[in-house]
Ligand binder design. Structure first.
Ligand code: DQA
Length: 146
């Protein structure tokens, strides 16, 4: 099964950005781990990151067209991007899984992070476990798709 692991704005700064919140590992480390976890679970994983809303929306369209499952960390777009929500809804209504993930636990942070516009159209959400949020999402996809 093909899986797109898509990351939104500022996640390219992992390792540098607020390490007390997001840890000291980098996006390159995440890519390496996610590809390995995926391979172990029989998934063909590709990890991408962009700061650009339009590009992220386009990748969700690509997931629909290629019939790929999605692990999505929408980052700050989580909280306000209806464009991203509408694109995510196209993935799940096409019968493909889309798992929303977060490194931190947004429910335990500032109040503006407590609301996700993506959550209601996601298959499920995993938050608060650092890189393991992605690992758990991939395990869930493997169980769901084989
Ligand atoms: C995040 C949480 C968001 O609130 C924040 O804007 C991010 C990262 C996380 O992975 O914990 O950029 O999605």
């Amino acid at each position: 099964t093909r899986v797109l692991v898509l990351n939104g704005p500022n996640l390219g700064r992992l390792g540098v950005r607020e390490p007390e919140v997001y840890g000291s590992a980098t996006l390159a480390d995440l890519r390496e781990s996610a590809v390995r976890w995926g391979a172990e679970a029989g998934l063909d994983v590709e990890v991408r990151q962009t700061d650009d809303e339009a590009e992220l929306v386009g990748w969700l369209h690509e997931a629909v067209d290629q019939r790929a499952a999605v692990v999505l960390n929408p980052a700050a777009f989580t909280h306000y991007s209806y464009a991203l929500r509408d694109a995510a809804a196209q993935v799940t209504t096409a019968g493909l899984a889309l798992i929303e993930v977060h490194l931190s636990n947004p429910m335990a942070r500032e109040s503006f992070r407590r609301h996700s516009v993506v959550g209601p159209v996601a298959t499920g959400t995993i938050a608060g476990f650092g890189f393991d949020s992605y690992r758990l999402a991939l395990l869930a996809l493997a169980g769901q798709t084989r």
